[in-house]
Design a binder for this molecule. Structure first.
Ligand code: LLP
Length: 423
């Protein structure tokens, strides 16, 4: 359920007509709904209320790092799952308590490990023995102990797009699950290595439309938990990652948070740990749309090209993953047309959809790409010297610009022509 609905013939975000935002802020623009974010955050939390211990919820900042979004989620009791020094700084800036921050990622630099230690974050999810040793040695030299979990790769095919699968044996993430015991031994015995290796972590991929790969991965984690405890290790935390898919097309059905929560409760029964979660898309996906204006409709071979002012640099998912985003007119007339939806960028990859039946649109009309709240603005680039798209958050009958549009000139301001090209 989201709060982007048609009222009086026009698409609204909560109580704000999208045309008002387009007129005031310009297009393209991401529009988020506060009420939808809050609803998703609460539904996910509620779905996990049947667990044996209260879980730790860490919003995957990569899915939508906007400071307003992080602040909102922090007010809902969420911590943060961060994967870079930049995300760590944002989470702290948004007021997320350091103890509620988990630092994931396969390539944390020394500086990033230090930044996490300095901030006293709650947990590092280390992805190799090498990283664990480096972190433990920095901690030892600072006379502190680094709380961490070892991310394991369970060799489970998540059944999602290849580029967002992370749990197959040949993916770069985590350590092979059958080597986890040996790495625990190494890291807990290593001299000068101050780690509190208190947990294990897994994340097999994103946009999962079926719970069974997750269930298989969690079962494998359960048997690793038993093995590690039998070997004398103390495990108090298990991080089950993110990955729950959301519907991108009208009528598409994905597992509900409640079904996910029920499965997790069943598989983890008796584990006696604090379970941790890193949801991103399930919270943010349907809480945002990308609002765009039709520049022109151009005749095509089979169907017209509807050329919109948003492009692959603003919303990369269709170009990168062939992803589908529903595309709806802001003021639907009731008429429909077959069309190809494209942006203005000079490559064929800048295509949002081919041969799609959509609301009839003409030059100047407004439309939205739905389900753009996750992995939307955050994946934007300035390709073709386009600026960075603005972001707006709606709250009932109000809205606020939560990220200014960065104009191409501001990007060029950071560049310089060196003296040797001027003489
Ligand atoms: N935890 C870890 C360690 C992750 O790598 C990710 C996502 C998440 C949590 C959050 O997963 P979610 O709940 O959002 O599925 N750009 C791609 C998605 C990449 C996901 C990367 N990792 C897309 O647009 O589909």
């Amino acid at each position: 359920m989201d709060h982007f609905q048609i009222r009086n013939g026009e698409l609204y975000a909560e109580n704000v007509p999208l045309s008002r935002i387009a007129d005031k802020v310009g297009t393209p623009v991401y529009v988020y709904s506060r009420a939808t974010f809050e609803r998703h955050a609460r539904v996910f939390k509620e779905a996990l209320s049947g667990l044996e211990k209260p879980p730790h919820l860490a919003f995957a900042v990569k899915s939508n790092p906007n400071l307003a979004v992080l602040k909102l989620l922090s007010r809902e009791g969420y911590g943060a799952d961060v994967v870079s020094g930049g995300e760590l700084a944002r989470a702290l800036q948004a007021g997320m308590p350091a103890r509620d921050i988990v630092f994931s990622g396969v390539g944390k630099t020394r500086e990033e490990l230090q930044a996490g230690l300095e901030a006293k974050i709650g947990q590092f999810n280390i992805e190799s023995a090498e990283e664990g040793l480096e972190l433990g040695r920095i901690a030892q030299s600072w006379d502190v102990v680094a709380p961490c979990a070892l991310r394991v790769n369970p060799d489970v095919d998540a059944g999602t797009h290849d580029k967002i699968s992370t749990g197959k044996a040949d993916n770069k993430f985590g350590v092979p699950i059958n080597r986890a015991g040996e790495i625990f031994d190494t890291l807990t015995k290593a001299p000068d290595c101050a780690l509190n290796l208190r947990g294990i972590a897994v994340h097999i991929g994103s946009q999962l439309s079926d719970l069974s790969p997750l269930e298989r991965a969690f079962e494998k984690l359960g048997s690793l938990l038993r093995d590690l405890r039998a070997a004398g290790h103390t495990i108090t935390h298990v991080d089950l990652g993110g990955g729950l898919g959301v519907p991108y097309r009208k009528g598409e059905v994905t597992p509900s948070p409640a079904e996910y929560g029920e499965m997790v409760a069943r598989i983890t029964k008796g584990w006696d740990v604090t379970l941790m979660f890193e949801p991103g898309r399930v919270i943010a996906g349907n809480a945002g749309v990308l609002l765009t204006r039709v520049i022109r409709v151009k005749k095509g071979l089979n169907h017209p090209f509807v050329i919109v002012d948003a492009a692959m640099n603003d919303l990369a998912r269709p170009a990168l993953y062939g992803a589908w985003h529903d595309f709806d007119a802001v003021r639907p007339s009731g008429e429909r047309m077959m069309a190809n939806i494209v942006g203005p960028i000079c490559e064929t990859g800048d295509t949002f959809a081919m041969d799609r039946e959509i609301d009839a649109l003409a030059s100047g009309d407004l439309a939205v790409f739905r389900t753009a709240g996750a992995y939307g603005a955050t994946m934007a680039s300035s390709y073709n010297s386009r600026g960075f798209v603005a972001e707006v958050m709606v709250d009932g009958s109000d809205y606020a610009v939560v990220a200014d549009r960065i104009l191409p000139g501001a990007i060029a301001d950071a560049e310089r022509v060196p003296d040797f090209l001027l003489s």
